[in-house]
Design a protein around this ligand. Structure first.
Ligand code: DX5
Ligand code: ZN
Length: 225
C-alpha cells in the first residue's frame, strides 16, 4: 500500500512577525504537517529559530510538527526539541560522528525518527540505519535557504531511496524547490511527503495558502494516479 501524500509547509517562508497566525492559517488551508526548519548558522549559513519558538507555536495547532534540524552537533539539543513539541525530529547524517546513536536517542524520546542527506551525500551513508528510521528526508537544494531551484539529479536519488527501503514503512520526504512544476516528478519518483516554503507562503492568508496547498496536492496525486 503506498504511503499517503502529505503536504508540509516550511515556516521558514512564513511571516516571522506573526508565526502563530501563519501556522494556524496554513493548517486551516489544508496542510498535513508543519515543517520546522531549525538552522544554527554553523551547519548551514543561516540562523532561523530554536526550541523556544517551537514551544510557543505548539499550542496553536494539533498538526504534526516535522522538525528538520540543520544544526551540528544535534545530540545535545534533541531532548529540548522533543520537549518543545516536535512530533518527528530529523537529523542530518552529516551533522555528527554517531548517527545511529542520534537516531536511537530520538526513538527513546518517543518521537518519529528522521534522517536527512544533503544533495551530494550518497544514500550508502544510511543503508545501515533503515530499520531505525520512520522518515528519510531527501534534500533537493543545499540547505540554508528557501526559494532555491530543485536540483534535478535528486529525482534519481528519490527513486533509489524508494528502491532501497523496499517494503519498510518509511516516509520519503523531499525538501527544497518543490513547486507545482516539480512535485509531480518527485511523487512519481517515490516521494510521499513534500516540503514547500515559497510555493505555499505566497499571497496573503488562508485563501491564498489553500489555493497553493491544493494545487500542490493535485499535482502530486495526479502524477501517481
Ligand atoms: C532549506 C529548508 C527547506 C526550505 C524550503 O534549508 O530545509 O525546507 O525552507 O523552501 P522552498 O520550498 O522555498 O525551497
Ligand atoms: Zn527543511
Amino acid at each position: 500500500m503506498s504511503s499517503p501524500i502529505r503536504i508540509a509547509p516550511s515556516i521558514l517562508a512564513a511571516d516571522f512577525s506573526k508565526l502563530g497566525q501563519e501556522v494556524r492559517d496554513v493548517v486551516e488551508a489544508g496542510a498535513d504537517w508543519v515543517h520546522l526548519d531549525v538552522m544554527d548558522g554553523h551547519f548551514v549559513p543561516n540562523i532561523s529559530f530554536g526550541p523556544d519558538v517551537i514551544k510557543a507555536l505548539r499550542p496553536h495547532t494539533n498538526a504534526f510538527f516535522d522538525c528538520h534540524l540543520m544544526i551540528a552537533p544535534a545530540d545535545p539539543y534533541l531532548e529540548a526539541f522533543a520537549k518543545a513539541g516536535c512530533d518527528s525530529i530529523t537529523v542530518h547524517a552529516e551533522s555528527g560522528a554517531h548517527l545511529h546513536r542520534s537516531l536511537q536517542t530520538i526513538r527513546a524520546l518517543g518521537k518519529k525518527v528522521g534522517v536527512t542527506l544533503n544533495p551530494a551525500t550518497p544514500l550508502s551513508v544510511i543503508e545501515n540505519v533503515l530499520d531505525d528510521v520512520d522518515l528519510i528526508l531527501i534534500m533537493s537544494v543545499n540547505p540554508g535557504f528557501g526559494g532555491q531551484k530543485f536540483i534535478p539529479a535528486m529525482f534519481d536519488k528519490i527513486r533509489a531511496t524508494r528502491a532501497m527501503i523496499g517494503s519498510r514503512p518509511i516516509d520519503i520526504e523531499v525538501d527544497g524547490g518543490i513547486t507545482a512544476e516539480t512535485i509531480g516528478a518527485a511523487a512519481a519518483a517515490g516521494a510521499n511527503v513534500f516540503v514547500a516554503g515559497s510555493a505555499i507562503y505566497k499571497g496573503d492568508g488562508i485563501a491564498a495558502y489553500r489555493q497553493n496547498v491544493t494545487a500542490l496536492r493535485a499535482a502530486a496525486e495526479g502524477a501517481i494516479a
